[in-house]
Design a protein around this ligand. Structure first.
Ligand code: E4P
Length: 219
């Protein structure tokens, strides 16, 4: 399963990239707005930091405008994946952009049947939002599981990207569900490292080693 960083913050991206396990980045209009730089500039800067798929989302909501915005985003860098919301006009845009060979990540997906629409329109990636479904008392991971099953059953090549990940168990469950990608904030990626027995074990190893060599030196 690929690990994407879910942010437009360059410092977080640099920190994640240094870990050596980041395969791509997902952004959305909220993340871009937080950084205060125009979309194109920020996406270009992210592409300079990460050699992998970088999702950049359109802000138009009418198909012809989504299509021209998508084309412009795709021109920024060959690694850009155009992100399109799962609305009626969006699916028209997905069909048009995919037919031109532009890779599309269909976002704001909350049901397996919505995911079918995206796959039929030729989406490269579908993004079900797990955390936001849980926020309203639904089982978000079941949606990921069902989409993976549906796509396998019908042979759709669309990749399943588990989005809106809030903690390590989401990452584990997404991997077990067969998601191809999980996108997560740096905070969640960092949490994956944590275990008290790892820290305790390392402290013991180092103390034993130090003690043995100190004693050998003294002796
Ligand atoms: C990813 O593509 C989404 O924009 C993101 O995962 C949303 O996450 P949130 O629900 O934590 O805002």
């Amino acid at each position: 399963m690929k690990f994407f960083l879910d942010t437009a913050n360059l410092q977080d991206i640099r920190t994640g990239v240094e870990m050596g396990i980041v395969d791509g980045v997902t952004t959305n209009p909220t993340y871009i707005a937080r950084e205060g730089r125009p979309m194109e500039e920020q996406i270009r800067a992210i592409c300079d930091l990460v050699d992998g798929d970088i999702s950049a989302e359109v802000v138009a909501t009418i198909a012809p405008e989504m299509i021209s915005e998508g084309r412009a985003l795709a021109r920024i860098h060959p690694n850009v994946v155009v992100k399109i919301p799962l609305i009626r006009e969006g699916i028209k845009a997905v069909k048009a952009l995919s037919s031109e060979g532009i890779r599309v990540n269909v976002t704001l997906c909350f049901t397996p049947t919505q995911a079918l629409l995206a796959a039929k329109a030729g989406a490269y990636i579908i993004s079900p939002f797990v955390g936001r479904l849980e926020d309203i008392g639904s089982n978000g991971m079941d949606v990921v599981r069902d989409i993976v099953k549906l796509y396998n059953l019908h042979g759709y090549p669309t990749k399943v990207l588990a989005a809106s990940m809030r903690g390590p168990m989401h990452i584990f469950d997404a991997a077990m569900a067969g998601a191809h990608i999980a996108t997560m904030p740096l905070k969640v990626l960092d949490m994956l490292f944590n275990h008290p027995l790892t820290d305790k074990g390392l402290a013991m190893f180092l103390a034993d080693y130090q003690k043995a060599f100190q004693e050998a030196t003294v002796g």
